[in-house]
Design a protein around this ligand. Structure first.
Ligand SMILES: Nc1ncnc2c1ncn2[C@@H]1O[C@H](COP(=O)(O)OP(=O)(O)OP(=O)(O)O)[C@@H](O)[C@H]1O
Ligand SMILES: [Mg+2]
Length: 589
């Protein structure tokens, strides 16, 4: 079965051919049907006419033999009549009244001979129905008397055979003619109709290809007008006759005209597009130049901004420290004097008390010699003031006051040390252990709830530098350690170890805090790098520490850390004998 889409997919010429062949088949089918029915009618009409004619001959020619009762002649005649292909059987009946009172039969076919011997009845003598199509019966008359009957059985087998033969030759001839006709039609179509179309199609494909190539070249910026299609050449290559005088010729000429106009437009367009491309290129170059300049300006602005931010932060930090230092120095100064005379007065008080005690001992020693009233009064007052307790407690109290004032003096001393930040770059010899001890006292409040502090301060060489700045470094490292331990939510440990060799003094601060993840270890000395919440950390502590140790003291600061285990900061400072080199220009890591 042909699918509906099949016809639509066929080329136009083939579709036309199929349509014409279909129409022709329909027409010739009708024609064949009509002709064949007529032929059949004609053949059968001839057949019936011949049957009439043969019947006529039978009754005319055999009447004499029947009258004479000449059976052999009659038989002979019947046989010769039966030779006709349309005759199946011939039977003559002679009335017995004429001669010897019995029917006489004669015929030419085996079946009838047999029946003749078997039965005298006429009915059963008829040949089998498939041997004939109809029977004709006529009375045989001799001199106006009916002397018998003639029965003729006709078969149309030969007629049918002839009809089939004629039909076959007719159909064959018709098909042959149709085939030749279609062949001629196909040739005409493909030569005059389809070929020019195919040529035009080929031309359009070539033109399309050339124009596409031209467009691509144009896109890449290589405008080459030679790449535009040459219409004349393409017409020649595709064997297209532009001088035809039929509709196809008109179409070809119109098509060529359109293509020429199109090529001209393409060339014009390409020219303009090239111009636009050039302008575009210039514009892009200019934009790029400007962008580059802007980027450069932006980068330099960014750099300036960062450096300004950095300087500002450092200034703020230093300002803060300086103010803190000034405050600390002021407070230290103010406290120093009163605490000085408080301490000295307490010492004096101790001496005075010991004098009074001596005096009282004398009075006590002569208690028996006092008058009864005076002794009673003395005992009453002793009791009233709880003399025994007072005697023991007062020296202890004075001792405690002395201890307290000594501690205040110590704190004041530490504050004074811390406030030495504002000493600028004054470098003095100092012992790192002193710095650590005084800083520990200052940050003790920060550490005491979260960790135990273990110190291993060895007898180290002196180092040279700004003690206030080193204080600041150590205090930042200790505060960082306490924050890191707090983060673990466990009680931790901070271990401070100092030692020295021939060149360097080392201070190592280890903690059991959260540790520093590998990916941020390299960033912790960067300015403003912090993992702490806003307000808790500025991210400047280690940056300033780095600046102080590396740039201002020609030393080194390193970190070793394992996340989840803890961190160790190692500070290295040159020993005092090896005077620090002049300071390098300040720039953090
Ligand atoms: N002992 C430590 N254990 C774990 N992380 C640390 C430790 N010390 C420093 N860090 C990390 O390094 C970062 C930078 O520290 P830095 O001291 O420069 O800034 P900060 O402490 O965040 O803020 P601040 O300016 O107040 O000191 C910290 O935010 C922290 O993530
Ligand atoms: Mg810090």
């Amino acid at each position: 079965m042909l699918k509906a889409g099949y016809f639509r997919r066929l080329r136009f010429t083939r579709r036309l051919m199929v349509a014409i062949a279909g129409a022709l088949l329909l027409f010739y089918g009708g024609f064949a049907f009509y002709t064949l029915s007529n032929l059949k009618k004609q053949v059968y009409e001839d057949f019936y006419a011949r049957a009439d004619y043969l019947m006529e001959i039978a009754v005319q020619a055999n009447a004499q033999n029947m009258w004479d009762f000449d059976l052999s002649k009659s038989n002979q005649f019947a046989k010769s009549l039966a030779k006709d292909p349309v005759v199946s059987a011939v039977i003559f009946e002679v009335y017995d009244a004429v001669q010897n009172g019995g029917s006489f039969f004669t015929g030419n076919i085996g079946g009838i001979e047999e029946v003749r011997q078997r039965s005298p009845s006429l009915d059963v003598l008829e040949p089998e129905p498939d041997r004939y199509v109809f029977r004709k019966e006529r009375e045989v008359v001799w001199e106006s008397s009916v002397i018998g009957h003639a029965y003729l059985y006709f078969s149309d087998h030969p007629v049918q055979a002839k009809l089939e033969e004629q039909t076959a030759s007719f159909v064959l001839a018709l098909l042959g003619f149709l085939f030749l006709y279609l062949l001629a039609l196909f040739y005409i179509f493909s030569h005059w109709f389809s070929r020019p179309f195919l040529g035009m199609h080929q031309l359009a494909v070539s033109l399309g290809g050339s124009l596409d190539k031209y467009r691509r070249e144009m896109e890449q910026g290589d405008r080459n007008d030679n790449a535009l299609p040459d219409l004349g050449k393409l017409l020649q290559q595709n064997d297209i006759d532009t001088h035809r005088e039929d509709e196809m010729g008109d179409f070809i000429r119109a098509f060529a005209q359109v293509m020429q106009a199109f090529t001209a437009v393409a060339s014009e367009l390409s020219q303009r597009s090239q111009h636009v491309s050039k302008l575009n290129e210039e514009l892009e170059n200019r934009i790029q130049e400007r962008t580059w300049e802007l980027k450069r300006a932006n980068a330099s602005l960014q750099e300036s901004l960062e450096s300004l931010q950095m300087t500002q932060s450092q200034m703020v930090q230093q300002e803060k420290l300086a103010s803190l230092g000034q405050l600390a120095a002021g407070v230290a100064h103010e406290i120093n004097n009163p605490i000085g005379y408080v301490a000295s007065n307490i010492n004096r008080l101790k001496e005075y008390y010991s004098d009074f005690d001596k005096l009282f001992q004398v009075v006590e020693a002569h208690h028996d010699q006092l008058t009864v009233e005076i002794a009673a009064e003395l005992d009453r007052v002793k009791k009233e003031i709880d003399y025994e307790f007072l005697k023991d407690d007062l020296p202890e109290m004075l001792q405690d006051c002395l201890e307290g004032s000594r501690r205040v003096q110590e704190i004041v001393e530490n504050l004074k040390n811390y406030s030495r930040v504002d000493q600028g770059d004054v470098h003095l010899d100092f012992n790192i252990n002193d710095v650590i001890t005084s800083t520990l006292k200052l940050v003790w409040n920060e550490l005491k709830y979260d960790c135990d502090v273990e110190t291993d301060l060895q007898n180290t060489e002196l180092t040279c530098g700004n003690q206030g700045q080193i204080n600041q470094v150590i205090s930042n490292i200790l505060v960082n350690a306490s924050h890191a331990i707090k983060e673990t939510q466990r009680h931790g440990k901070v271990r401070i170890r100092t030692h020295s060799d021939l060149e360097w003094v080392y201070a190592e601060v280890s903690d059991t805090g959260c540790g520093i993840p590998q990916e941020i270890v390299c960033k912790i000395f960067d300015p403003f790098f912090t993992t702490k919440p806003v307000g808790k950390g500025t991210g400047l502590g280690l940056n300033i520490s780095y600046d102080i140790i590396v740039n201002k003291h020609r030393g080194d600061i390193k970190v070793e850390s394992r996340p989840g285990v803890g961190s160790t900061f190692i500070i290295k400072l040159p020993i005092a004998q090896r005077k620090a080199q002049p300071e390098r220009p300040s720039s953090a890591a």
